[in-house]
Design a protein around this ligand. Structure first.
Ligand code: F3S
Length: 639
């Protein structure tokens, strides 16, 4: 007996995808529930049940913490919205072909077009489609459609939009289209039959004409499986519909020379038999359908943005999608933030499955291709490119430039020898590409050459503009015992320690530290020797200026005794400004020495009795206050 296995046998793309999404959710440890059976295959369902996957019939059976998978048949808009309100996580495994019908049919809203659906009323896919539009009319047969159109003559002139269930047969659909074209004046027709189904049915029909017996593998409850068996029975007397190898009644095939096998699901190993590798109509069909090739650059319109993929309309019969992971190489990009329904999108074709009419696209690959071209061009043009340092490794750092890994050797990183390369990680940098080998995916760059150039340009700019008195905002680069070197934008100037502060400073580190950003001004410059002297202390911070703003002769200040001498005591009025209290001004009586009354560190009130601006000297008196107080007391007594 020769057995021939249909090439199109197996799970279709949509069901395979739904099963994979459930498997993925289980693998991620989520609490998974499917809204209805995910597939008409009891083996798969049992396996999922053993993994803890629940099958729910009502929305109130799910809640926060659950991951609810919508099966490939899809659900109505109302169910989708109710699901969102339950607070559960939604994994939408609606087949992209079905989703496409939802888009087509929901576009009727507000246009006056009446939605017509050709399909089985009780089928969940049809019921879901009907839930994405208002006032849809469903017809199961061409006669029903014809009767409806003819029973009210005005209907023939209505604006109509007609789609069909993905698993409809070509014959039924063709008949409906002929009626619509004959009777209607304004009917938009969308052939939404799924290629996977169509091809499987056609192949089953052809195979059953060549074989003495046919085996149809699948769940008898599935309408797809039922249709397959029905098609086979049109041409072949012996058709056995089984769900598993152990259901086969081999006596049915006694005397059969050729047995064909088709399947609406993945077949068990026992049913996978050697098949005659004859030329197949599927290949021919495939050839005739193929309009897209791997590597083609395409432009389409975004039809839907899901959590796992972006559906794209390429204007062909194909259903095209970009898996989210193929959208961009930039991990910080959230797809839903940058792409929306209706956007035009460019991508490259990664895989064409003409059998099922599915095209997998990648925007990431398209961008990568462009990025490689740009990087290659940048070597020639020596153009500066930008990127972000992603990691430090043994010999240097890696910079992400438009999704391409560019290696920058430590010597080209711009970090001094022995410096910490890790400090560059996550920082944006500018670099020049020095070497590209696309075949080996090796790109080398240099940050140093850009930094050196930028520094040179900055230096030239500074030297062309610099003048005495000009102010700069700079960064302290290094300290020595005699001053601080400050980078004023590509050029270093030196602030001598005496110019750092009005106070007496022994070491510059008492005033500034490396990395500080400070305002400085030019005191002197020598373009020949490329030397710049900078000042940090200013007139506003001059303690004498501050003193003059705050005090005048006659004022009383709280002062601190800082030094006792034989002739008097020095007292600090404000930081950096001291005054002298002559020994005769310490008390209202004669004293032998200042320490008889005062001690260092003591705080006292003193009156400013003289300010010598020229010599910056201040005379203070405690006695003046005491005398004043005594005089006041005497005056009070006299009154
Ligand atoms: Fe399958 Fe989707 Fe077609 S579920 S049969 S690929 S419409």
């Amino acid at each position: 007996m020769q057995t021939i296995l249909a090439k199109t046998a197996g799970f279709c793309f949509g069901v395979d995808r739904a099963v994979s999404l459930v498997e993925q959710a289980v693998h991620e440890g989520r609490r998974v529930a499917t809204l209805g059976p995910i597939i008409h295959n009891r083996h798969v369902i049992n396996r999922f049940a053993e993994s803890g996957v629940r099958e729910i019939a009502r929305l109130d059976e799910a809640g926060p913490g659950d991951t609810v998978v919508i099966r490939s048949h899809g659900v109505t808009r109302a169910v989708y919205e109710q699901l969102q309100q339950t607070g559960c996580e939604i994994v939408d495994a609606t087949c992209p072909f079905v989703k496409k019908i939802h888009h087509i049919i929901s576009a009727c809203t507000g246009t006056g077009q009446r939605p017509i659906i050709i399909g089985t009323r009780s089928h969940p896919e049809v019921q879901a489609i009907a839930g994405w539009c208002t006032e849809p009319v469903v017809f199961e047969t061409p006669q029903e459609l014809e009767n409806w159109l003819l029973e009210a003559p005005e209907r023939a002139n209505l604006p109509l939009r007609m789609v069909c269930q993905t698993t409809s047969t070509q014959n039924l659909w063709k008949s409906c289209c002929e009626i619509a074209k004959k009777v209607c004046t304004n009917c938009e027709i969308f052939d939404t039959i799924c290629k996977a189904t169509e091809m499987r049915q056609e192949e089953a029909g052809l195979l059953s004409q060549r074989c003495d017996a046919m085996v149809v593998v699948g769940d008898a409850r599935s309408s797809n499986t039922g249709r397959l068996a029905m098609i086979c029975r049109q041409y072949c007397e012996t058709v056995s519909l089984v769900d598993h190898a152990d259901e086969l009644d081999m006596s049915l095939f006694s005397g059969a020379k050729t047995v064909g096998i088709t399947a609406n699901n993945k077949m068990s190993e026992e049913l996978k038999v050697e098949t005659a590798q004859e030329e197949n109509f599927a290949e021919l069909l495939e050839q005739s359908l193929k309009t897209l090739n791997n590597g083609d650059k395409v432009t389409g319109t975004v039809m839907a943005v899901g959590t796992t993929e972006i559906e794209v309309d390429l204007g062909t019969k194909h259903t095209a999608y970009i898996p989210v992971e193929d959208f961009t190489a930039d991990p910080s990009v959230k797809v839903e933030d940058v792409v929306k329904v209706g956007d035009e999108i460019e991508a490259v074709v990664v895989h064409v499955n003409d059998g099922e009419g599915v095209v997998r696209l990648s925007k990431k690959r398209l961008e990568a291709g462009k990025a490689w071209e740009e990087v290659e061009a940048a070597v020639e043009s020596k153009q500066v490119v930008e990127g972000v340092v992603t990691e430090e490794n043994k010999g240097g750092i890696v910079v992400n430039v438009k999704g391409i890994r560019v290696f920058v050797p430590a010597s080209q990183s711009g970090v001094p020898k022995g410096g910490d390369l890790a400090e560059l990680v996550k920082k944006p940098v500018q670099l020049r590409i020095t070497e590209v080998n696309r075949a080996r995916r090796r790109v080398v760059g240099s940050i140093r050459s850009v930094a050196a150039e930028q520094r040179k340009a900055a230096q030239e700019k500074i030297w062309s503009e610099i003048e005495v008195g000009k102010q700069y905002h700079g960064t302290v680069k290094s300290l020595t015992s005699y001053g601080a070197f400050v980078d004023i934008g590509g050029v270093d100037g030196m602030v001598h320690v005496s110019e750092l502060s009005w106070n007496r400073v022994k070491n510059p580190a008492e005033v500034v530290k490396v990395g500080d950003e400070i305002d400085v001004f030019v005191i002197a410059l020598d373009p020949e020797k490329k030397k710049i002297s900078l000042g940090y202390k200013t007139e506003e911070t001059n303690p004498w200026t501050i003193f003059n703003k705050q005090f005048q002769v006659g004022d009383v200040a709280k002062v601190k005794i800082v030094k006792l001498m034989t002739f008097g005591a020095f007292a600090e009025i404000i930081p950096g400004v001291d005054g002298l209290i002559h020994i005769s001004q310490i008390a209202d009586r004669r004293i032998g020495k200042p320490e008889d009354v005062l001690s260092e560190g003591q705080e006292v009130d003193a009156k400013i009795i003289d300010i010598d601006q020229e010599h910056k000297r201040i005379s203070l008196s405690i006695r003046a206050l005491l005398t004043g107080a005594a005089d006041e007391a005497a005056e009070e007594e006299a009154e």
